[in-house]
Design a binder for this molecule. Structure first.
Ligand code: AMP
Ligand code: ZN
Length: 499
């Protein structure tokens, strides 16, 4: 059976620093929590890499016949510019900069974020709750921690006492003393331990905050950053909150939690501490962390100002984000990746080549849906599936999976339709949108386009290659005057007759 899938999924678990056989608690259901974006600025390529890798995980789970249920939070309430509860509130600061209120700001950047996910062919998570919709639950969790003796109040808020939690620092694989060493920059002298973190902050009454809520401790305040993820994970994956009450005993350990590697030492370490202290159960079984996208050896980030957005890509002629997805798949999620325009250009060429070859292989649209006898029977087909499955189930090894794709494409010993059906199956994991791209290209090639327009398209392509943008624009105008709209896609320029 060539489509046989191995369910032995191996994932690298940050908690144990080992490759582990994945076993969900309520198989085939898999409960996944993903740290989502803070929506106060543009989505950049670094985010795009992380969420493409998350999408690969979800697709792989489905490919292995699991039923993932994924919760991804949207951080729409500002936490402070420092991980350690000091500094300015990023979200409120950005709203001031743009002259809008915080809610409008959040709406604008959330829409942009989801638009980008769509363009990258990333499936939406099952649910994407916002922090501001879960404030009451956050307060309940803090109260529970207070009741159990893990929280204390100081001048500016309620803090978690890390010395009361014996496993603190397990995820980061360092002792409390090491973490304290790293936290020496901390200014708040009232805290009992340098690693203690805010669960709930009191508003500074001299400041005018837009986002603040009443709480049992003070009239005006706002949540600490880490608390939102614990709450949303418990609420949406374990049903721990009902009728204004928190039921810690209802909590069932989550299967997988994902996020960027910078979250290991602080954010995720603190999520574990406050969740396990409240429920007395293991918070998460498998922790997956994605490595960074870098530029010139430094993490692409808002704070360094070295980031590129969807607009930067479009300005350089990359309207279609599938090239970028293809580029991301070339580096394993646990490796750092350096972004260059040359690498993106190379990815574009290779991706276009794949679509071009597939188009040649599939001369008729009927082939797209009909599996051949050869596809179902041959050993060769089966061996490609074995190799592909091994790659994806060994810690989501996409570079190796892509190598199998290229071998299949080149295998002239198989019928074209067989090769297509193998790749169509692989694309369930890769998400390269092959079927849509190929059928679109086929439909296009069927339409009769006048020779004059075809020639103009070639001239424009040449102008573009020579970066003669002005001339290219003039030719575009001629094409449009001839009754066609032209758009640049991964398969080359696409013509649509004007209505
Ligand atoms: P933020 O909106 O900054 O909270 O980031 C949302 C997610 O994007 C986090 O899981 C980050 O780890 C991830 N992220 C941010 N910058 C990068 C980057 N340069 N490379 C990879 N992931 C990133
Ligand atoms: Zn989080």
């Amino acid at each position: 059976m060539n489509q046989e899938k191995t369910k032995k999924l191996l994932l690298f678990n940050t908690l144990t620093r080992q490759l582990e056989l994945f076993k969900p608690i309520f198989s085939p259901r898999v409960r996944v929590y993903t740290c989502g974006p803070t929506v106060y600025d543009h989505t950049h390529l670094g985010h795009m890499r992380t969420y493409t890798n998350t999408d690969i995980l979800i697709r792989t789970l489905k490919y292995c016949d699991y039923q993932p249920y994924q919760v991804m939070n949207i951080t729409d309430v500002g936490h402070l510019t420092s991980d350690r509860n000091t500094g300015e509130d990023k979200l409120e600061k950005a709203a001031q900069r743009e002259g809008v209120d915080a809610w409008q700001l959040v709406k604008k950047y959330s829409q942009e974020f989801f638009g980008v996910l769509d363009k990258l062919n990333i499936n939406n998570p099952s649910v994407t709750p916002k922090a501001t919709e879960n404030i009451a639950e956050m307060i309940l969790l803090v109260c529970e921690l207070e009741k159990k003796g893990f929280a204390y109040q100081i001048d500016d808020g309620i803090y978690f006492n890390t010395s009361r939690f014996s496993n603190y620092g397990q995820l980061a694989n360092v002792s409390l003393a090491d973490l304290e060493e790293g936290a020496r920059v901390e200014k708040n002298i009232e805290k009992k331990n340098p690693t203690d973190f805010a669960l709930w902050k009191f508003s500074n009454l001299k400041e005018n905050r837009q986002m603040e809520w009443p709480s049992p401790w003070a009239k005006r305040g706002f949540p600490g950053w880490h608390i939102e993820c614990s709450v949303m994970a418990m609420k949406y994956l374990s049903d721990c909150f009902k009728g204004g009450k928190f039921y810690p005993e209802r909590f069932e350990t989550i299967d997988i939690h994902t996020g960027g590697i910078e979250h290991i030492n602080v954010h995720h370490t603190n999520e574990i501490a406050q969740s396990e202290a409240a429920t007395n159960k293991k918070f998460v079984n498998y922790w997956l962390h994605y490595n960074w996208l870098q530029v010139d050896g430094r993490k692409m980030s808002k704070s360094l100002g070295n980031f590129f957005t969807q607009k930067d890509l479009a300005d350089r002629g990359y309207q279609d984000l599938m090239f970028l997805r293809y580029l991301f798949l070339n580096t394993h999620y646990r490796k750092r990746m350096n972004f260059t325009w040359e690498a993106l250009d190379q990815a574009k060429k290779t991706y276009q080549e794949i679509i071009y070859l597939l188009r040649k292989i599939i001369s008729q649209e009927e082939v797209i849906n009909q599996e051949t006898e050869e596809f179902r029977q041959t050993e060769k087909t089966s061996s490609y599936f074995t190799d592909f499955n091994k790659a994806v189930t060994t810690d989501l090894n996409m570079p190796q999976a892509l190598a199998v794709v290229h071998r299949v494409l080149k295998d002239k010993g198989l019928f074209g339709s067989t090769r297509w059906h193998i790749l169509k199956n692989f694309d369930q994991v890769l998400g390269l949108d092959l079927e849509k791209q190929v059928s679109g290209a086929l439909r296009e090639s069927k339409k009769k386009i006048p020779q004059k327009i075809k020639t103009l398209v070639e001239v424009r392509q040449k102008n573009r290659q020579e970066e003669n943008w002005r001339q290219a624009d003039l030719v575009r105008a001629q094409i449009e005057a001839g009754g066609y709209l032209i758009e640049d896609t991964p398969t080359g320029p696409k013509l649509t007759p004007k209505k």
